[in-house]
Design a protein around this ligand. Structure first.
Ligand SMILES: Cc1cc2nc3c(=O)[nH]c(=O)nc-3n(C[C@H](O)[C@H](O)[C@H](O)COP(=O)(O)OP(=O)(O)OC[C@H]3O[C@@H](n4cnc5c(N)ncnc54)[C@H](O)[C@@H]3O)c2cc1C
Length: 543
């Protein structure tokens, strides 16, 4: 295999230098860090390029007040090192962003990962050299690097998105997107602050900053079903129990559809008596995290009467917490099914709207027309603001890929190829882009549980190519077509595709509506990949 080295670029003469590696990874979030660890362990020379100045990805960029897990902390951490599991103490059941960022820095240091990561290194393009079977990567600073294998660990929610509001340039106050929160923080104390967006991030942020701002205006397009997080510290006894039962924790996670620790009740909500049903709803509602969702009757996650029954229960919970019935009705979701979007978890969100200094503006009723020098103008009114915060989410999955000019065989771009939705084989590879592994959408569930086995699979696949002295691997057209059809057909039946959410690209104007992730459960995906590998990478062409 190639050793990392500086070589003159053959096509540009001896002056410019191109560093050469076996594999290049784009991104140093949880996926990129683990891929780096694994590939290095297999003896490959690897370089990871990361736009940020530190490791962590999501947990590096999202420094907004209130940012925290909805996964149980100890189910989210890496499982690959027993030593790491025993050394690291999670302080809360649902850790906040600073702790998760600290954890990923600890991992990077413990496994000496930084020496192979280049920070402040934004990849702007990646071009496949068909003669050499190598990817050439170009960075924003003009430097270049080459490798046989390219892994895009660029994140599923990393391409932050701000709607194209007219007049933003003219705004005289401060503004930022939650996914680009400045490391030094923002001074919000006593100020007139506007937040645009009430998804999972907006819900966390609003709850936190409502404690310090002078006045808060929340611009809501879609009301969401939100549920109490009920976070708390992990006491020493629980800490010991967690550390003693990691194998069991991971086993349980690996058995569930979304890799969370919660298992659905196999009973239908409608087969038990009304009393029993309500007792279970209430009991689980009082529990922390996603239990009230993912440990409930299985059919609340299927479109139909059980889902609607539970949605009615949750709507009532919202109404009970908001004093003004007009405001409460605005906060009650009526345009999508419960569970068709990831459930935002909150710690006092609805009570914020009982504060005198908080105003909820429904931008479905009166859309935002423009940003003015002094605030936001909707169809009906103007709002004076010193700070605007965009909690407007991400151009999910394909967004981060599209921001890189990825050119494969024949000069075709991945962006053009994915214009009507991703066309891949198992989300991993795409015809015409050999040796490129697009693993930025490992999971929409409990992420790391699904990312680790996916990275393992990709690393094994790369070793297979290496050990059998192949130069390239890419899917067959038939395998890609069948997978793409499967995503469309199976995807149409699941709850996740029923709402206008980022899962199907509906939050980005002009983006083709297509399920951006696998419609299969995590265990099914693992089994499918294992079968493909066992058959000598069936569905892939190795040359
Ligand atoms: C606010 C928030 C809360 C979340 N909470 C949870 C949770 O509780 N549980 C859960 O399971 N998941 C959660 N997620 C999902 C989360 O994104 C994943 O858990 C996980 O962090 C993704 O890791 P990743 O390494 O694949 O991608 P990311 O963490 O997004 O990292 C991708 C990295 O790639 C870099 N990059 C992208 N493009 C380029 C380029 N062109 N050049 C160089 N570098 C580039 C980015 O800078 C980034 O650092 C949350 C997401 C968000 C946004």
């Amino acid at each position: 295999m190639e050793r990392a080295q500086q070589m003159p670029a053959a096509d540009t003469g001896p002056v410019e230098e191109v560093e050469r590696f076996d594999a290049i990874i784009i991104g140093a979030g949880v996926t990129g860090l683990y891929a780096l660890y694994r590939l290095r362990e297999h003896g490959l020379s690897v370089r990871a390029f990361e736009e940020g100045s530190g490791v962590g990805g999501t947990w590096y960029w999202n420094r907004y007040p209130g940012a925290r897990f909805d996964s149980e902390s100890y189910t989210y951490g890496y499982s690959f090192s027993e030593e790491l599991l025993q050394e690291w103490d999670w302080s809360e059941h649902y850790a906040g962003q600073p702790e998760t960022e600290r954890y990923l820095n600890y991992v990077a240091d413990k496994f000496d990962l930084r020496r192979d990561i280049q920070f402040h290194a934004r990849v702007v393009s990646a071009v496949y050299d068909e003669r050499a079977h190598r990817w050439q990567v170009h960075l924003a600073d003009g430097s270049r690097a080459r490798a046989q294998f390219l892994i895009t660990a660029v994140g599923l929610l990393s391409a932050h998105y701000i709607p194209d509001f007219e007049g933003l340039d003219s705004f005289q106050g401060a503004w930022c997107h939650t996914g680009r929160w400045p490391a030094e923080g923002m001074d919000l104390a006593g100020k007139r602050v506007g937040v645009i967006g009430t998804g999972a991030t907006g819900v966390q942020l609003i709850t936190e900053i409502a404690k310090e701002v002078g006045h808060l205006t929340v611009f809501q397009r879609t009301a969401n079903y939100c549920a109490p997080l009920r976070n708390g510290p992990i006491d020493p006894d629980t800490q010991r129990q967690i550390k003693a039962s990691y194998p069991d924790i991971f086993k349980r996670c690996n058995e569930t559809a979304g890799s969370f620790i919660h298992k659905f009740d196999p009973r239908s909500a409608l087969e038990v008596s009304l009393d029993e049903r309500l007792e279970q709803y209430e009991r689980l509602w009082a529990e922390p995290g996603f239990k009230k969702w993912l440990a409930n009757f299985y059919d609340i996650m299927l479109p139909g009467p059980a889902n609607e029954d539970y949605a009615a229960f949750v709507r009532q919970k919202i109404r009970e917490r908001v004093k003004d019935p007009v405001v409460a009705e605005k906060l009650v979701p009526k345009d999508h099914m419960f569970g068709s979007k990831r459930l935002p978890c909150e710690s006092g969100y609805y009570e914020v709207y009982n504060q005198d200094n908080v105003l909820l503006v429904d931008v479905r009723e009166a859309p935002i027309e423009r940003i003015t020098p002094t605030g936001v103008k909707t169809r009906d009114a103007e709002y004076d603001l010193a700070v605007i915060i965009f909690a407007t989410g991400y151009d999910a999955v394909t967004g981060a890929l599209n921001r890189i000019e990825i050119r494969g065989e024949g000069g075709q771009t991945l962006k053009d190829k994915f214009a009507k939705g991703p066309r891949t084989y198992m989300g991993i590879q795409s015809v015409g882009f050999p040796n490129l592994f697009t693993i930025n959408a490992a999971s929409v569930g409990n992420f790391v549980r699904a990312a680790e086995p996916l990275v393992d699979w990709v690393c094994d696949c790369i070793c297979y190519v290496r050990d059998h002295q192949f130069t390239r691997i890419a899917p067959t057209s038939e395998a890609e077509a069948a997978w793409t059809q499967h995503v469309a057909e199976a995807g149409a039946k699941i709850l996740r595709t029923q709402a206008d959410s980022w899962f199907v690209g509906a939050n980005i104007p002009g983006k083709a509506r297509f399920l951006l992730t696998s419609p299969d459960t995590a265990p099914v995906m693992r089994a499918k990949r294992a079968e493909v590998a066992a058959k000598g990478y069936a569905g892939f062409l190795l040359q």
